[in-house]
Ligand binder design. Structure first.
Ligand code: CA
Length: 496
C-alpha cells in the first residue's frame, strides 16, 4: 500500500563526520552498510547543523526550533521536556514511538524523554562498555559493547511493536564520540596501515581570526592520555603529554599495550597521535556500520524496507585532523556539515545526490510532512519532503544561520554566529559570554571572518577587510540580519 503512512527509523550517531563515510568520498575508511542507504536512496551534501554541539543539536532535531528558542544553547542546558516535540505529535497521531541509545538531554523526570511509548537511554554521554541505562524510568545494567547493545534494543523493540500502526524509532548511538574505545572485534583494524593525514593537518592558523589559534583541540597538544590510550599514573591521566618542540629528543610515551614510543621530532609526534586517535575513531565507526547493517537486514527480513524512511545522520560533524584538530563547535565546514543519507523506496528514487541546503532544524517538520501531519507554527525549519521527491520549491533556502554559544567553555572556542550561502561564509566572533562567569582570559578583539568556499574550500584565507570583497560582506551582513530576524535572534550588542 503506497498510501499508508511511512515508518520512520532515524539512526543518529555522535560526532560522525561526513568525510568518514564511504559514500561521501572518505579517503580514510569504508562504511558499506551506511553507503547502502545512500545507494538505495539519496545523499544530501549540504546538510548543516545550526549549533555544532551534542545537546543543542539533539534539542533542535526534536523540537524543530533554534537553540535560543528551545533554550538548549549549551552542554548542560538540559531540555525542558514539557516542550512540544516531534515524537509527541506523531504519538498523538497514532504512531508508535520509541527511542533507544543516547539521549543526552538531561536526566530525571524534568528531562527524560517525553512523547515516547518506550524509551531506554544512556545516562549522559554513556560509556562504550557495560552501560547502565534508564528504561522507562528504571535503571538497568547491561553487559557488553554499547553499540551492539543499543542495536539489540532497537531490534527488540521493532520485534515487539504492533504491526498495525506506523512507528517512529530513534536509534541513537554513543559512538564514535570521544574517548573512541573500539570493541575487540574491531580493535585490530588498520594494524600496520597509515591513515592519510588531511590536507590542512599542518595548518598554522595564519590569515584567520584569533579564534582558530586560540582553540585547544589540537591533535599534537590537546589529546590526553585517555584519548591516546597511554599508560600513565592515576591522577595525572588527564595531563597533556607534550614536551616543548626542542625537547622531543629523548621524550617517550608508553601505550596501554606496553609499547614505548620515541619521536624524531614534533611532526612525528603529531603524526603518531593522529594515527592513535583516528584509528580508534574509525574502529568505533566500523561497529556502527556493522550494526546499522543488522537493522537494515531486519527491515528486509520483515518486509519493512519499502515503506520505512531510514535516515542515517550524526548530531554534527567533526574535525578529523583537519586544521590539526579533533572536536567540533566551529562553523567551519568539517564541523558544520552533518552526514545525511535517506532511503524510502516507496517515494524516493535510489542513488542520487542533492546539493540543496537542509538543516537539522528541518527534520521534525519533514517527518510530520511525510506522515501527513501539519507542523505547529512555532517550528522554525521547513519540510524538505518535496526535495526528497525530486521537486525543489522555487523559494528553497540558499543561506543558513548558525550560532555557537559556549564562549570559552570547552576547548576554548569563542562564541560566534554567522551565515553560510552556497558560495560564502561570514562568521562573527563576538567575544563575550552573555553574562556567563568566565575565568579564562577574554579574547582581545571581536573579529569577522569571510571565506570564499569556491576558491578556498578549506577556509584558510580570511577575506574580511579586503576591499575587493566589501560588497560581498555588505550583502552577507544584510543576509545575516534577515536570518537572525527570521529566527527570532538578535545581533550581539555592539556588533561592528
Ligand atoms: Ca556530538
Amino acid at each position: 500500500m503506497r498510501t499508508s503512512r511511512p515508518n520512520i527509523l532515524f539512526v543518529m550517531s555522535d560526532d560522525h563526520a561526513a568525510h568518514a563515510l564511504g559514500c561521501y568520498g572518505s579517503r580514510i575508511n569504508r562504511t558499506p552498510n551506511l553507503d547502502r542507504i545512500a545507494a538505495e536512496g539519496v545523499r544530501f551534501d549540504n546538510c548543516f547543523c545550526t549549533n555544532s554541539i551534542c545537546e543543542p543539536s539533539r534539542a533542535t532535531i526534536l523540537t524543530g526550533t533554534h537553540s535560543h528558542v528551545n533554550r538548549v544553547t549549551t552542554i548542560g542546558a538540559h531540555l525542558d521536556n514539557r516542550q512540544e516535540n516531534v515524537a509527541k505529535i506523531l504519538q498523538r497521531n497514532g504512531y508508535q514511538t520509541a527511542i533507544v541509545g543516547k539521549w543526552h538531554l538531561g536526566q530525571g523526570p524534568a528531562h527524560w524523554p517525553t512523547g515516547f511509548d518506550h524509551w531506554n537511554i544512556l545516562q549522559g554521554q554513556g560509556p562504550y562498555f557495560d552501560p547502565e541505562m534508564v528504561c522507562n524510568g528504571t535503571k538497568v545494567q547491561y553487559t557488553g559493547y554499547t553499540t551492539d547493545i543499543i542495536t539489540d534494543l532497537a531490534i527488540e523493540w521493532l520485534d515487539g511493536r504492533s504491526p498495525d500502526r506506523p512507528f517512529l524509532l530513534l536509534y541513537h548511538h554513543k559512538a564514535p564520540h570521544r574517548p573512541w574505545e573500539p570493541d575487540a572485534k574491531h580493535a585490530g583494524m588498520y594494524a600496520g596501515v597509515d591513515i592519510p593525514e588531511p590536507p590542512t593537518f599542518h595548518d598554522d592558523y595564519t590569515n584567520r581570526a584569533e579564534a582558530a589559534r586560540a582553540a585547544t583541540m589540537r591533535i599534537d597538544r590537546d589529546l590526553n592520555a585517555i584519548d591516546l590510550k597511554l599508560r600513565t599514573e592515576e591522577g595525572t591521566r588527564w595531563n597533556t603529554p607534550l614536551p616543548p618542540p626542542d625537547r622531543i629528543e629523548g621524550y617517550t610515551l608508553t601505550t596501554k599495550e606496553g609499547e614505548t614510543v620515541s619521536f624524531a621530532g614534533h611532526e612525528a609526534l603529531k603524526s603518531w597521535k593522529y594515527q592513535r586517535y583516528i584509528k580508534d575513531y574509525l574502529r568505533c565507526i566500523a561497529s556502527v556500520d556493522d550494526n546499522v547493517g543488522r537493522v537494515l537486514d531486519y527491515l528486509d527480513a520483515h518486509h519493512l524496507a519499502e515503506n520505512t524512511i531510514v535516515i542515517y545522520t550524526s548530531d554534527q560533524g567533526f574535525f578529523l585532523g583537519d586544521h590539526g584538530w579533533y572536536d567540533k563547535r566551529f562553523m567551519y565546514e568539517e564541523s558544520l556539515r552533518m552526514p545525511f543519507v535517506l532511503r524510502y523506496p516507496a517515494r524516493v528514487r535510489p542513488g542520487w545526490v542533492s546539493t540543496d541546503m537542509i538543516l537539522n532544524l528541518d527534520f521534525a517538520q519533514t517527518f510530520l510532512d511525510c506522515a501527513g501531519i501539519e507542523a505547529p507554527s512555532h517550528m522554525q525549519g521547513r519540510s524538505f519532503r518535496s526535495l526528497l521527491e525530486g521537486r525543489r520549491p522555487a523559494d528553497w533556502r540558499t543561506s543558513m544561520y548558525y550560532r555557537y554559544w559556549m564562549h570559552l567553555a570547552h576547548h576554548h572556542v569563542y562564541a560566534h554566529y554567522g551565515v553560510r550561502t552556497h558560495r560564502h561564509k561570514l562568521i562573527y566572533y563576538y567575544a563575550d559570554a552573555l553574562g556567563q562567569p568566565n575565568t579564562i582570559d577574554e579574547p582581545k578583539t571581536r573579529e569577522w571572518e569571510l571565506f570564499d568556499l569556491a576558491e578556498d574550500p578549506c577556509e584558510l584565507h580570511n577575506l574580511y577587510g579586503n576591499p575587493a570583497h566589501a560588497e560581498t560582506v555588505r550583502e552577507l551582513k544584510a543576509e545575516l540580519r534577515r536570518l537572525q530576524a527570521e529566527a527570532g535572534d538578535e545581533p550581539y550588542p555592539g556588533e561592528s
